[in-house]
Write a protein that binds this ligand. Structure first.
Ligand SMILES: Cc1cc2nc3c(=O)[nH]c(=O)nc-3n(C[C@H](O)[C@H](O)[C@H](O)COP(=O)(O)OP(=O)(O)OC[C@H]3O[C@@H](n4cnc5c(N)ncnc54)[C@H](O)[C@@H]3O)c2cc1C
Length: 472
């Protein structure tokens, strides 16, 4: 019984998929079969704040992947149980039913996922079954450590070391495996995961081919302008690939290969590439999550910031969530999130800084809300971004840096085009007035007054951070 079972999780692709690739290679050697399985865990997803829109995207990705796998001779099974803790028994029963001896998966690094995989491995090993854990989510299997063998706490030196390592150790990407059998039949009905709502298919078509196409068109046409355009939310200056990366439709190794090829084509050094450096943040935050389990337990990286007494005000929370704060750039950003399931990076920084430093609300609450909305919700990057904005994190924004939303708006949306798109009640205002309309104009447009006084809120936040006492 050499039958191989590939357990899919946040890696919904066929190409550069180590678990699938090696399972198929092993099956070919022994002339055995490969089956894939996906386990829905609705109660766990609820606990992890998985966005209903992201589950809708995932349903469609699975439907598309089921077709791709079928052509390779691999059936995709769908199983369901409430929590991660229920998975070992479920998978064991499935392996026994299939008379399969081998389970394959790509590792995941947040704490609950690590515990889940350890429990599965222990349960299967006890029954004499083989568990093969592969590496597929980061460029390197092991986190990058400094000269003393310690985790880096500052991004820039970490990045230099990471780039050096990439130059020396970059692995080739893996191809989609060849078929391991005759094509299998595919059910006519689309997959609908529990808890899924709908999502903007027009913006992110749900297939591996669409993700690859976006990667190649971005590296071909937009990569060289990224440095100049990345901070302007009104233009499509960033890749929007985060949505595909978060569900594992693309890999960072494929992106690395595309960046190197594009830079070589333009006689540029990929080590200097601005976009690749931003991708470094994704991996840096994953490194932190591996080294510091407290991050997966809702704790601040900087222990002293646990002393902060965050405000609890559900009314303010609701106004921020709904994009009704009276700060046009903040409201436009929050409405972009509601309407598309995605938000531009500059705006994530502005809205998170507004929430934590000016409303003085707990970053954990903002982090959870983003996760409930984002199509690209990724635990490490979201946690890293929120802790950066709240100045509670590793290599975070300094505590005395508090974005002025109006100044940010004037700088990064100078003509007000982004605000006009998402806050239509202000669409007719001239650029000079759109960033902070005078009271009379607000009334005329049906737009609210600012929910806080910026200067007072800023002074209160500075005083709170200043009062922190160091923790040993
Ligand atoms: C408060 C806050 C919350 C965030 N939550 C998430 C999240 O849940 N998921 C997520 O993928 N990113 C998150 N980010 C990071 C960043 O905003 C998004 O990765 C980026 O906006 C995605 O758009 P893009 O694909 O067009 O990025 P591009 O500018 O094209 O960048 C390419 C890729 O690099 C990575 N990247 C870029 N900037 C960052 C960054 N600052 N941190 C980590 N990775 C980065 C992403 O994988 C991104 O897809 C968050 C940032 C903040 C400030």
């Amino acid at each position: 019984m050499a039958h191989h079972l590939v357990w899919l999780r946040n890696d919904l692709r066929c190409a550069d998929h180590p678990a699938l690739y090696h399972a198929c290679a092993a099956a070919r050697q022994t002339g055995s079969r490969v089956t894939a399985v996906y386990v829905a865990t609705p109660a766990q997803w609820h606990y992890h704040d998985e966005a209903p829109a992201k589950l809708a995207l995932r349903s469609q990705l699975l439907t598309s992947l089921r077709q791709q796998l079928a052509e390779l001779g691999i059936e995709l099974l769908l199983l369901e149980c409430p929590h991660y803790k229920d998975i070992p028994a479920l998978l064991l029963a499935e392996l026994q039913q299939l008379q399969a001896s081998n389970l394959w998966f790509n590792r995941e690094y947040p704490l609950d996922e690590q515990h889940r995989d350890e429990a599965v491995s222990a349960a299967l090993s006890q029954q004499g079954l083989t568990v093969n854990a592969c590496h597929g989510d980061m460029l390197f299997a092991e986190p990058t450590l400094n000269g003393q063998g310690q985790p880096y706490k500052v991004f820039s030196p970490w990045y230099r070391d990471w780039v050096r390592k990439n130059s020396e150790l970059a692995l080739p990407t893996l191809q989609t495996p060849a078929a391991v059998g005759a094509a299998v039949a595919v059910p006519a009905t689309a997959i609908a995961l529990p808890g899924a709502s709908s999502y903007r298919e027009d913006l992110w078509p749900a297939s591996e081919a669409a993700a690859q196409q976006r990667l190649h068109s971005f590296t071909l046409r937009q990569l060289s302008d990224y440095g100049d355009q990345r901070d302007i939310p009104s233009i499509n200056g960033t890749s929007t690939l985060s949505v595909y990366l978060a569900s594992g439709v693309l890999t960072v190794r494929q992106i690395f290969a595309a960046v190197v090829a594009a830079c070589e084509g333009n006689r540029r050094d990929w080590r200097e590439d601005h976009w690749f450096r931003e991708l470094g943040w994704r991996e840096f935050y994953k490194n932190l999550m591996i080294h510091y389990p407290r991050l997966s337990r809702g704790r601040a990286f900087k222990a002293e910031t646990e002393q902060l007494y965050w405000q609890r005000d559900e009314a303010l929370n609701q106004l921020w969530q709904q994009g009704k704060t009276g700060f046009p750039i903040v409201d436009a950003a929050m409405r972009q999130l509601q309407r598309t399931g995605w938000m531009h990076n500059r705006l994530r920084m502005i809205t998170a800084s507004f929430y934590t430093k000016l409303l003085f609300m707990d970053w954990r609450q903002g982090e959870a809300f983003f996760m409930q909305q984002l199509l690209d919700g990724d635990f490490a990057s979201n946690n890293g971004g929120w802790q950066w904005s709240a100045s509670t994190g590793c290599d975070a924004s300094p505590w005395f840096r508090i974005f002025n939303p109006t100044r940010q708006s004037e700088k990064f949306d100078p003509d007000g085009n982004f605000i006009r798109k998402f806050v239509p009640e202000l669409a007719e205002l001239p650029a000079k007035q759109i960033h902070c309309p005078p009271t009379l104009l607000r009334h005329a447009c049906g737009y609210p007054e600012p929910i806080i006084d910026y200067s007072q809120a800023r002074a209160a936040a500075l005083a709170a951070f200043k009062a922190l006492t160091p923790v040993q």
